[in-house]
Design a protein around this ligand. Structure first.
Ligand SMILES: Cc1cc2nc3c(=O)[nH]c(=O)nc-3n(C[C@H](O)[C@H](O)[C@H](O)COP(=O)(O)O)c2cc1C
Length: 205
């Protein structure tokens, strides 16, 4: 098997898994190692390395999802949506851990000062880079038998503010996403469907 085949095997193995338990398939130290490897090797604009991650386990994971629940309970939603959201939050809370992803705005600011031409695009590039970091960790955790799903409770200013204060994080860290993980109790929601590659990839020679 060519090395790229084993890479794509891991790529194909990564799916969004929502049925997760409060158990892990690997020691906490291995989760930490995986997140550190992802952060270390992921590419970033001018190698700025602005991605930050916080791994929440046990009571700390529970704390995050009670913050999300508290704020989401205040959001006016119709009955069906409210019940749906409550069920989803219960599921995230019942998972083993969460990796919270941030982008350090101070690091990006310094890069902008050093290379003024990059300033208008730094936010976009930092989002690209954050996604790459998240993807590596997501794929690696699932390669270790865990399931994971990616959430975005960064749209709510109350949640982002309380996350920073509860976990004593710097104000310059901008919350981007939450990767929830745990031992899978089921598979992905369904077969993955694909748009025709012919319309998505163009090769010109
Ligand atoms: C940038 C990005 C944002 C996403 N946001 C969410 C999200 O907020 N909540 C969620 O449940 N899934 C989210 N997903 C997961 C996608 O819905 C999922 O990756 C897609 O349906 C394909 O399924 P798969 O992950 O099993 O391949 C996100 C994925 C990406 C790449």
């Amino acid at each position: 098997m060519a090395p790229v085949d084993s890479f794509f095997e891991l790529v194909q193995n990564r799916r969004s898994i929502y049925t997760l338990s409060k158990e892990s398939t690997i020691p906490d130290s291995r989760v930490e190692e995986i997140v550190k490897e992802a952060i270390k090797w992921a590419p970033s604009t001018f190698n700025v390395q602005s991605t930050r991650a916080v791994v929440l386990l046990k009571g700390e994971h529970d704390k995050l999802w009670s913050i999300v629940k508290k704020h989401m309970d205040q959001v006016p939603l119709e009955e069906g949506q409210k019940n749906y959201m409550a069920g989803r939050i219960k599921g995230w809370n019942a998972s083993y851990g969460t990796v919270m992803w941030f982008e350090d705005q101070d690091a990006l600011h310094d890069l902008g000062e050093k290379h003024p031409m990059t300033k208008p695009l730094l936010t976009e590039w930092s989002d690209h880079s954050s996604g790459i970091n998240q993807y590596i960790a997501w794929t690696a955790l699932e390669a270790e038998g865990l399931g994971a799903n990616l959430q975005h409770f960064n749209f709510h200013p109350g949640i982002t503010a309380e996350v920073l204060s509860t976990f004593s994080l710097p104000e310059s860290w901008k919350l981007k996403a939450q990767l929830v993980f745990g031992k899978p109790t089921g598979g992905p929601d369904g077969e993955k469907t694909f748009e025709p590659l012919e319309k998505r990839v163009i090769v010109k020679t």
